[in-house]
Design a protein. Structure first.
Length: 757
């Protein structure tokens, strides 16, 4: 309706110009006989038109909604204007016919006929045409009743009835135009409703890649197959109607009583089968078309009426080309370029999946790390890439067979580091230690023999084996245990192997040793900061850096810094350590460009202290850094207290311009409740979701919805763990604001920060 009024605003000046010209012509015609009548006509017509042009016409540009105040004012004003003009013409017709001059009568009739046609422009406003036509026709009837005609009565009467017929035609035509406009509006609303349905289902304005609609009845049979679906299958409508989605994509039926498995088996095909069987909504599930090499992405919404299931309505898209690119990306980021073996990422993913399926009681899951340190004959230097590949492949061929003789299944082998291998195996729980010790000794024996290179030289390996036994479903804990065991094995002169089991006494001894070494490192200030660039996703420019801690020269290089910081918190020096990091980072950032900011991690428990905001302000003032160039990332949010003291500290920091980000959102204890209670300016999306979002629809859904949530809250999103250009492009399309990761820049020392600008 607003569009019609805006169009009317463009055309209405021509209607008003016709009125003004008609009044001028009629006034000139009666000027010689009655000057007062001519003056009244001109003032009565041109005056309201002038007021309209000054007061109402400019408001057409402010129209927004059909029901807003501006629209109502414009419609009422147009009816009022036409009512005034119609009244003036009514008076003029009556007075003109009283002059008893036939030429004036004919002129009046001609003017009345001429001014009615442009009235059709007012048809979008109900009643605007009738309110002007009726007075003009009534004036002519009044003239007939008065008998105010002279000579040629038949001719005069014929013209009068012509004017009345013209008026009735204009009124009828205006009603017809109004009806057509409303019908057009209804059609547009229906089209918009269809687009809204597609948008609701696909979360995009227009379905990409040749999308089509599909619909089923309550029994699951397809009905009313769309042209797009017929074209996608290359079949006629009659061949498709009556088939099921299960049949199209090669799914077996699933009874509603069947539940999803606790782990594994969550393929898109299984999830589609589960959703259809349980009448659940689903979105963006990529499945292979039955008996075809094509792939579809399907989205569906169940329909209900009064609690009764009516069927499904959804949208599908052919994503065969996209699926091929996705598989290439999946392969590229999980396969080592040099050796063709699975890489560290593939190993960590397999560990987590196997841990979820770990069978209790009969077999135990074990991670084995093998270090292939060694030298070329007569030389002490790093291996060339081709030499590394040769050493790795020869070691794999030697070890694979002997490990396979101990375990029942084929072992998973990955290149864990430049000269490190990782094995994932199951062993019987009753022979756990004997089998593991036998495996370690056999591996060392096999790798003790030199490896001959194609160049004729040989490599002498000094292998070490670290073995960790899984005692929980925590993949990070298992990796940490295996790396700890490998570190212990490297420290041995003979028998270079170590078995880590958290249930034995040795694990407790290791923890106490780590606790003691961390306290000593704090005393000696053995920690340093490195800085990882943060990039604006839209522009690709570096806008800030995150300060990350490293332990200089530590024997615990295999441990994650998060684990070390946890130990620091246990020593009671957590607050002191966090403020050392804060002050060091602020002093460093103060020397950067003025448009760059620094992000510092801080434990959430500190914000319950009564003077935490003042202590942070003191650091900022002491270092000379502008508060707006500092961002605090809250970690360990499980301990964040939602008290008045914490809220007050947040408000003080925000008031000074210091930004606060919620770190690792979606992981661990980060809560949506915090976003409602505290003034966070940014969400940091955990890297685990980013790494899986191109293959796992659930991770993709989390990423998409977190970004949309941030948009609704008016805060930014920083995506961590960007490891490929595909990740970066996908996040940019989703609307992510900031990103960081090895693809965009690795952490660098303070002196190397300018190289990242």
């Amino acid at each position: 309706m607003v569009r019609h009024l805006r169009t009317l605003g463009l055309l209405l000046p021509w209607h008003l110009l016709t009125q003004a010209l008609s009044a001028t012509v009629a006034a000139l015609g009666v000027w010689a006989s009655d000057r007062w009548l001519a003056a009244v006509l001109v003032l009565g017509i041109d005056g309201p038109i002038f007021i309209w042009s000054v007061v109402v016409q400019p408001r057409f540009r402010k129209l927004r909604l059909p029901s807003d105040d501006e629209s109502r004012f414009v419609r009422r004003s147009l009816r009022g204007l036409n009512g005034i003009l119609g009244s003036v013409w009514f008076v003029f017709v009556i007075m003109a016919f009283r002059l008893h001059r036939e030429e004036i009568h004919l002129l009046t009739i001609g003017v009345c006929v001429g001014l009615m046609a442009p009235l059709l422009l007012c048809a979008p406003v109900r009643g605007a045409v009738e309110i002007m036509v009726i007075p003009v026709v009534a004036g002519l009837f009044g003239a007939v009743i008065e008998g105010s005609f002279h000579r040629s009565m038949l001719l005069t009467m014929s013209f009068i009835f012509e004017v009345m017929a013209c008026g009735l035609f204009v009124v009828g035509a205006s009603r017809l135009v109004e009806g057509l406009l409303w019908r057009t509006q209804i059609v547009r609303l229906r089209q918009r409703e269809k687009l809204d349905i597609l948008s609701l289902l696909t979360r995009c304005s227009v379905p990409q890649g040749g999308g089509w609609l599909w619909e089923t009845d309550e029994t699951g049979l397809l009905r009313n197959p769309s042209i797009g679906l017929c074209r996608a299958l290359g079949q006629e409508e009659t061949q498709i109607a009556g088939r099921t989605i299960h049949a199209l994509v090669g799914l077996s039926d699933l009874s509603p009583e069947t539940a999803l498995p606790s782990s594994g088996g969550l393929s898109p095909a299984y999830r589609l089968r589960h959703s259809l069987g349980h009448q659940l909504a689903f979105r963006d599930l990529t499945v292979r078309v039955a008996k075809s090499d094509r792939w579809w992405k399907l989205t569906g919404q169940p329909l209900f009426r009064d609690g009764a299931f009516l069927g499904y309505r959804g949208v599908g898209t052919d994503v065969t080309a996209m699926q091929g690119l996705s598989e290439q990306h999946f392969h590229r980021v999980r396969i080592d370029d040099l050796t063709g073996l699975p890489n560290r990422l593939a190993c960590l993913e397999l560990l987590q999946n196997r841990l979820l399926d770990m069978t209790q009681g009969h077999r135990v899951f074990v991670m084995v790390l093998v270090s292939l340190e060694g030298t070329r004959t007569g030389e002490f230097r790093k291996f060339l890439p081709e030499e590394q590949a040769c050493a790795v492949w020869e070691s794999v061929s030697r070890v694979r067979g002997l490990v396979g003789r101990i375990v029942s299944d084929e072992p998973f082998i990955a290149r864990y580091g430049p000269m490190d291998l990782a094995f994932a195996v199951d062993v019987p729980s009753e022979r756990k230690y004997s089998d593991l010790e036998t495996m370690a000794l056999n591996i060392l024996s096999e790798l003790d023999r030199p490896i001959f290179l194609p160049s004729g030289s040989e490599i002498v390996l000094e292998a070490a084996v670290g073995i960790a036994v899984a005692c929980s479903e925590d993949g990070d804990a298992l990796v940490e245990a295996a790396e700890t065991a490998l570190g212990d094995a490297r420290g041995e002169r003979v028998g270079r192997y170590s078995i880590f089991d958290s249930s034995d006494d040795l694990a407790d001894i290791r923890r106490k040793s780590l606790f003691r070494d961390v306290r000593e490192a704090l005393r000696l200030k053995a920690f340093m900061l490195v800085y990882q660039p943060i990039v604006n996703v839209r522009t690709g420019a570096v806008i800030g850096f995150e300060a990350l801690c490293r332990w200089k020269g530590a024997a615990y290089g295999h441990l994650s810094i998060e684990k070390v910081i946890d130990v620091i918190m246990e020593t009671g020096h957590g607050l002191e350590f966090d403020f050392w990091v804060l002050e060091t980072a602020c002093r460093t950032a103060q020397r950067w460009r003025e448009d760059l900011w620094v992000s510092v991690n801080m434990t959430a428990t500190h914000f319950s202290l009564p003077d935490i905001a003042e202590r942070i302000f003191a650091v900022v003032e002491r270092t000379g850094l502008e508060p707006m160039r500092l961002q605090l990332e809250l970690t360990e949010t499980c301990a964040l207290e939602a008290g008045s003291q914490t809220c007050q500290a947040f408000r003080k920091l925000e008031g000074k311009g210091i930004r606060i980000a919620l770190d690792d959102f979606g992981k661990g204890y980060s809560s949506l409740m915090y976003l409602r209670q505290f003034p966070f300016s940014k969400i940091k999306l955990d890297a685990a979701f980013i790494q899986d979002m191109l293959q796992d629809t659930r991770s993709a859904a989390v990423v998409r919805n977190v970004i949309e949530l941030a948009m609704d809250l008016g805060i930014g999103v920083t995506a961590e763990g960007i490891s490929s250009p595909e990740h970066y492009r996908h996040l940019r399309e989703q609307g992510c604001t900031e990103a960081q990761g090895f693809f965009l820049g690795r952490p660098v020392l303070e002196e190397d920060v300018p190289l990242c600008w």
